[in-house]
Design a protein around this ligand. Sequence first.
Ligand code: CP
Length: 324
Amino acid sequence: KRHLISAADLTRDDAVLILDTAEEMARVADRPIKKLPTLRGLTVVNLFFEDSTRTRISFEAAAKRLSADVINFSAKGSSVSKGESLKDTALTLEAMGADAVVIRHHASGAPYRLATSGWIDSAVVNAGDGTHEHPTQALLDAFTMRRRLVGRDAGLGKDLSGRRITIVGDVLHSRVARSNVHLLHTLGAEVTLVAPPTLVPIGVETWPCEVSYSLDDVLPKSDAVMMLRVQRERMNAAFFPTEREYSRRYGLDGDRMARMPEHAIVMHPGPMNRGMEITAQVADSDRCTAVEQVANGVSTRMAVLYLLLGGSEPAVTTTPAART
Ligand code: CP
């Protein structure tokens, strides 16, 4: 069984194959009938122990567009609230015939545990684990950057070599930042993290990126600026400047956006704290790809499910499935 646990596990060829397959899947979305029969007869379980809007819905849409059956499981309202363990929950899902389990969990490492425990025989896809990784978010972000910065057709087979990507904000709690740093580096991009010193993770010097504390210095040299959500639910108040101070030094407003090169885009994985890390003016501007990222998430997750589950028919690609 193949799994997708970490963006750091992907080679450049794996990642480019997923992005190219996602482009083919996006063509399906442009057709009057948006469905492919490739995963007919297979079952995808969405196992969500943490809240989600975009990831859960887009995995559901992706699986349905590939004709898989979908079971949605939310820990809220389930027997998890009676103390049922991850193991017993997983065994229950296995008994229902899951071929792939898409898991979001508050504990870093839970998807790895599920994939390597021997409890289940399904492919496991990490949909966000604690502060560790969110690999499909990084893939849909890379897909969006490649489309915008290289081109939809011109980008096929290509990576992001030489593109300068700035990731801003609450890096300490961000699985999105960690996955993006690894994947963007693998794809040849130059990544700079900008954050208050208290929100930079210990050990960041081992990450393949630069660190800056001045957003204004970095903006003019960025092809894409990714604003991170301030994760108040994980925040130790001692680590956080006041909201006003944070916005003043690390928030993106119209004046700051004007310092970016004309071609540069603003990204946000969502959900956004409007008025904190990003102003409404920037969030609603043509340069902000937040909504486009959500749409691209469906094509990207179709590609991941297709490549992992090895659909019975060559959907739109004949290349071998990615090693994940
Ligand atoms: N970007 C993201 O993971 O959003 P959700 O928490 O809504 O899934």
